[in-house]
Design a protein around this ligand. Structure first.
Ligand code: ZN
Length: 152
């Protein structure tokens, strides 16, 4: 795991050690579960959407590697208080960054923290760890909460 040293920048360590918005939301009206069997990562993402279809509250629970947990924490910080449409744009932007690609939203969103997380693109085996929570969030927000797996 020493090759992962570069990934463990301060921001990732901080989010892994002190995950933001950790815990099940008791008043959630959207939920999805995601699994990454290759690494053993598992996340549950919860949203409480308001009548204006914005993210009033977001939370996650799960277990997994530091990349997965930090990424889930950063995801919750990113999408909190956004509209569902904006949140989905961040999901698209990050999932593109994580594989080293730009998206329509690159340059239109503040991706500074996400760019650090996207350092995972140098380690292909870990990309699914980093994107799991984002795909799971998208499912919860747009697909009625279908379970997500990185292996189909
Ligand atoms: Zn992982």
């Amino acid at each position: 795991m020493t090759e992962l040293r570069d990934l463990y920048q301060a921001v990732i360590l901080d989010h892994n050690n002190n995950p933001r918005n950790y815990g099940k939301l008791t008043l959630a009206n959207r939920h999805a579960e995601g699994v990454n069997p290759l690494c053993g990562d598992q996340v549950n993402v919860f949203f409480r959407l308001g009548d204006d279809v914005s993210v009033k509250e977001v939370g996650f629970e799960g277990r997994g590697c530091a990349i997965c947990m930090a990424s889930a924490s950063i995801m919750t910080e990113t999408v909190k208080h956004l509209s569902v449409v904006q949140a989905d744009q961040y999901v698209t932007a990050f999932c593109s960054l994580a594989v080293g690609e730009n998206s329509d939203f690159t340059g239109r969103l503040d991706l500074s923290t996400l760019n650090i997380l996207a350092g995972v693109k140098a380690y292909p085996a870990r990309i699914k760890c980093a994107t799991l929570a984002w795909h799971t969030a998208r499912s919860a927000l747009s697909k009625g909460g279908a379970s997500v797996t990185t292996e189909t």
